[in-house]
Design a protein around this ligand. Sequence first.
Ligand SMILES: CC(C)(COP(=O)(O)OP(=O)(O)OC[C@H]1O[C@@H](n2cnc3c(N)ncnc32)[C@H](O)[C@@H]1OP(=O)(O)O)[C@@H](O)C(=O)NCCC(=O)NCCS
Length: 163
Amino acid sequence: MLIKCEPAHFDEIRDIINDAAIAYKGVIPDDCWHEPYMSGDELANQIADGVEFWGYFENDSLIGVMGIQHKQDVTLIRHAYVRTESRNKGIGAKLLLHLTAVATGPVLIGTWAAADWAIGFYRKHGFRLLPEEDKDRLLDRYWRIPARQKHTSVVLAGPNWAP
Ligand SMILES: CC(C)(COP(=O)(O)OP(=O)(O)OC[C@H]1O[C@@H](n2cnc3c(N)ncnc32)[C@H](O)[C@@H]1OP(=O)(O)O)[C@@H](O)C(=O)NCCC(=O)NCCS
């Protein structure tokens, strides 16, 4: 079951993010890794900044989340995480398909350059990696992330993106 998350799901969302983000450990630059990966305060900030989380539930348990954020003329997919034990069963695909369907503008996704599994996952769903110069411009325009994270990230665009 795929539904929009409610405030009552806050702790479960944070736990899924911190479970799934273990995938980054030893992969993204060490100075970008911290534990927990997402604190409760940071998650609250993200939600206050307009990130709306959707969740995939099985037997009343949340096992995957993905956020959507409408920014000016584009829609960003943010914070895509599926519990480690539930990967590669199509849950990420269901969330991504749903969020791209409710997007109001061209869809952009930012992720760590080193997260080749995530880049592969998005490419498989029709997203393409944007060139370095577009990436920097778009991260400055639509994201609020630390400078170091910008340098070590990539941006992918959906099929209806026209630069
Ligand atoms: C990215 C993520 C959300 C995908 O969720 P998921 O439920 O495992 O995704 P799905 O099961 O729908 O699809 C996984 C697909 O990606 C494919 N894939 C995995 N690694 C890949 C790679 N390196 N290159 C190409 N494809 C890859 C798998 O083969 C699978 O394809 P299949 O359906 O044909 O078998 C999940 O892996 C995750 O939480 N990862 C850790 C956090 C993360 O990287 N988040 C992205 C942040 S933007």
